[in-house]
Design a protein around this ligand. Structure first.
Ligand code: NAG
Ligand code: NAG
Ligand code: NAG
Ligand code: NAG
Ligand code: NAG
Ligand code: NAG
Length: 527
C-alpha cells in the first residue's frame, strides 16, 4: 500500500468529516404502476376555511377575484376545484339570525402572538351561506354547524339556511355541491375549553351528535339536496376504543341511527405541534422526513378502522403549527417543502383528502386573500398595506397539482430512498410512469455559512419501455427561511392577481444523466 502524504490524509479526513460536496443516491423507479400504489384525487390538496371571516375569503355581493384566481390556477392544472370545508373553531361560536345579512362578529383584542384572532361570537344570516355562489363552479363543500354551544335551535336554523342556499339557482346552476355537514369542531377539546364539563366523554358526544344530526336531517329534508355527514373532526385521537377516536364512536354506535347511516367520512385534525414563536431549528424539524412520517403514520389504525366501515378518511383540518402558525417558520419557503412532503406522504396512508386550514392573516396560509394592515408575525401596524397574495406553501399546491395531473386516474407511490433528507414519489397515469417528484428537505438558511450542497440522484428505471429522456422542472428557493422569491420552473405566482407570470424554464436531459437536487429544493421529472 503506497504511503499517503500528510496533506492528502488531512484533505481526506476533511472530506469524510464534512461531506459538503456531493452525495450520490440510486433510486429505483418502476415504469409500470406497482400494485401498492395509491389512487390520488386531483383535489387531494383541499382547503379548510375559518368561518368567522368566510365572506372576506369568498366575497359578499361579488366574488373575491384573488381567492377565485388562486383556486382557478389549481383547476386549470388538475381539472377539478379543491374541496372547501368551512367552519372550524368558529363554527362552535356561530349563531343564526334572520336579521343579519351576511355576518356580524365580535373579535377579541389583537396580541403579538395572535395578530389575527378568531371571533368569539359570530351571528350569520342567509347571505353568509349564499356567498358560496362565488366559489369556482363545481366546487364541493363541507360546512360545519354549531354543537359547541349545545343549542339545537341555532344548529337547525343554520342547517335550514345552508340547505336553502345550496338549493338556490345561483349555487345549483354553478354545480356547487354541499357534499357534507359537520356538526361540532374538535369536540375532544370541549372539556378543556369550557364548552362542556370536565367529565365530557365520547359516549356523550355520540348521543348529542345523534340528536343534532337527526334534527338537522329532518330540517333539511324538504330541500332538493342530500348532503352526507362528516363525523369526528377530532383534534387528536386515542386510536383506541377509550377516549375520542373513530374506533370509540363506532363502538358507541354513531353509525347506527338513521342520521348516523348518513356519515360518509371520518375527519381528523393534525398540527405538528403548538409553537407561538419560531426558530430555524423548528423550521428544520418541520421539514424533516422522519417527523413528517411520524406525525402521519399514527393515523393508520384510524384509517383502517374507518375503511373497515366502508367510509372515507380525511384530514379535515391540518397545517404546520397551531397558534395559526409559528412566525418565521410556517410562513416560509421551508414550509412549502413540508407541505409537499406531508401531503404526498398522507396519500400513502389511504387518506382521501388533506384540507389545509386557512384564516385571514394566519401565518400558515397558502393564500392571503385580503389586504392586510398589520403584520401576520407580531400584529404591528404595517407602514403600507399588504395587498392580497399567495404565501410560499401555495407552490406546494401547484406542484402537487402538476404531479397528479388532470387524468383523473393517477396513482402514486413513495420511492424507497435511503436518505434522511431526500424523499420522492412516482406518479402513474393509466398504469404508466408519468412523473417523479423529489424533495430535498435539508434547510438552507440565510444564516447558513457552509456552501449549499447538492445530492446527485441516479434513476434506475426498471420495466418495459423505460423512457430515455426526461424533463426537469425545479422549485427554486433562495433560502428555507425566505418568505418570497420562490419560482417554479422559472415562473412566479407572487403577482398582484395571483396568476402565474414569467417564462417557463425546464430542461430536457437523458435519464442516464440523473439529476442534482440542492438543499431546500424540489425537482419534478416528467417522462
Ligand atoms: C449506484 O448504482 C451504480 C450501478 O450499479 C453503482 O456503480 C453505484 O455504486 C451505486 N451508487 C450508490 C451510491 O449506491
Ligand atoms: C353574540 O352576538 C349576538 C348578536 O350580536 C348578541 O345578541 C349576543 O349577546 C352575543 N353573545 C355573546 C356571548 O357575546
Ligand atoms: C327536534 O326534533 C324533535 C322531534 O322531531 C322536535 O320535537 C323538535 O322540535 C326539534 N327541535 C328543533 C330545534 O328543531
Ligand atoms: C339558542 O339559539 C336561538 C336561535 O339563535 C336563540 O334565540 C336562543 O337565545 C339560544 N339559546 C340560548 C340559551 O343561547
Ligand atoms: C411532529 O413533527 C414535529 C416537528 O414539526 C415534531 O417535533 C413532533 O415530534 C412530531 N410529532 C410526532 C408525533 O411525530
Ligand atoms: C434497478 O432496479 C431493479 C429493479 O428494482 C433492481 O433489480 C436492480 O438491482 C436495480 N439496480 C441498481 C443499480 O440499483
Amino acid at each position: 500500500m503506497p504511503t499517503l502524504s500528510k496533506p492528502f490524509i488531512s484533505l481526506l479526513s476533511f472530506l469524510l468529516l464534512f461531506p459538503a460536496v456531493s452525495l450520490s443516491l440510486n433510486v429505483s423507479v418502476s415504469t409500470a404502476q406497482p400494485s401498492a400504489a395509491f389512487s390520488i384525487s386531483p383535489s387531494f390538496l383541499s382547503f379548510s376555511i375559518e368561518q368567522d371571516r368566510w365572506t372576506d375569503w369568498v366575497g359578499t355581493t361579488s366574488r373575491n377575484q384573488i381567492f377565485f384566481n388562486t383556486l382557478d390556477n389549481l383547476i386549470q392544472i388538475t381539472g377539478e376545484p379543491p374541496h372547501i370545508r368551512i367552519g372550524a373553531n368558529s363554527e362552535d361560536h356561530t349563531d343564526f339570525s334572520d336579521s343579519v345579512k351576511f355576518s356580524e362578529a365580535i373579535f377579541p383584542a389583537v396580541t403579538s402572538t395572535v395578530p389575527y384572532p378568531e371571533a368569539t361570537n359570530i351571528t350569520v344570516g342567509d347571505g353568509f351561506y349564499e356567498a358560496a355562489q362565488f366559489l369556482p363552479p363545481n366546487t364541493h363543500v363541507t360546512w360545519g354547524l354549531n354543537l359547541g354551544q349545545n343549542n339545537l335551535t341555532a344548529a337547525v336554523l343554520e342547517a335550514k339556511s345552508l340547505a336553502k342556499a345550496f338549493s338556490s339557482p345561483s349555487i345549483k346552476s354553478a354545480g356547487i355541491i354541499l357534499d357534507a355537514i359537520e356538526i361540532g369542531n374538535e369536540v375532544d377539546l370541549y372539556s378543556n375549553n369550557g364548552l362542556r364539563p370536565k367529565s365530557y366523554t365520547s359516549t356523550q358526544y355520540v348521543k348529542e351528535w345523534t340528536t343534532f344530526a337527526t334534527n338537522v336531517t329532518a330540517a333539511i329534508s324538504s330541500f332538493p339536496i342530500s348532503p352526507k355527514f362528516w363525523g369526528g373532526a377530532f383534534a387528536g385521537s386515542s386510536h383506541s376504543t377509550s377516549g375520542f377516536s373513530p374506533q370509540a364512536i363506532f363502538a358507541e354506535g354513531v353509525l347506527s341511527s338513521s342520521a348516523g347511516a348518513l356519515i360518509s367520512t371520518i375527519s381528523e385534525h393534525r398540527y405538528s405541534g403548538s409553537f407561538c414563536s419560531g426558530s430555524g431549528g423548528l423550521l428544520q424539524d418541520l421539514m424533516t422526513k422522519s417527523t413528517i412520517r411520524s406525525n402521519l403514520t399514527q393515523f393508520s389504525p384510524d384509517v383502517a378502522a374507518t375503511q373497515a366501515k366502508g367510509l372515507d378518511f380525511v384530514l379535515g383540518e391540518t397545517n404546520s403549527y397551531s397558534c395559526h402558525g409559528a412566525p418565521g417558520v410556517s410562513n416560509t419557503a421551508g414550509a412549502a417543502l413540508w407541505t409537499l412532503d406531508y401531503l404526498l406522504f398522507a396519500s400513502q396512508l389511504g387518506i382521501l383528502r388533506v384540507f389545509f386550514h386557512e384564516g385571514i392573516g394566519f401565518k400558515y396560509n397558502l393564500i392571503q386573500p385580503l389586504t392586510l394592515t398589520r403584520s401576520i408575525l407580531d400584529g404591528t401596524p404595517l407602514s403600507t398595506p399588504l395587498p392580497p397574495h399567495i404565501q410560499p406553501q401555495y407552490y406546494a399546491a401547484i406542484i402537487a397539482g402538476e404531479a397528479i395531473g388532470n387524468s383523473g386516474n393517477t396513482h402514486v407511490t413513495e420511492l424507497d430512498i435511503n436518505n434522511a433528507r431526500v424523499s420522492g414519489y412516482a406518479f402513474y397515469e393509466g398504469k404508466t410512469l408519468a412523473r417523479v417528484v423529489l424533495i430535498n428537505s435539508q434547510a438552507f438558511f440565510t444564516t447558513t455559512t457552509t456552501p449549499r450542497t447538492s445530492t446527485h440522484i441516479d434513476l434506475n428505471l426498471s420495466g418495459t419501455n423505460a423512457p430515455t429522456t426526461m424533463t426537469v422542472k425545479r422549485l427554486s428557493v433562495p433560502h428555507a427561511d425566505d418568505t418570497t422569491g420562490l419560482t417554479w420552473g422559472g415562473q412566479t405566482y407572487e403577482t398582484s392577481n395571483a396568476r402565474v407570470s414569467g417564462t417557463l424554464q425546464v430542461t430536457k436531459v437523458a435519464v442516464t444523466s440523473g439529476v442534482d437536487i440542492q438543499e431546500t429544493e424540489v425537482v419534478m421529472l416528467t417522462f
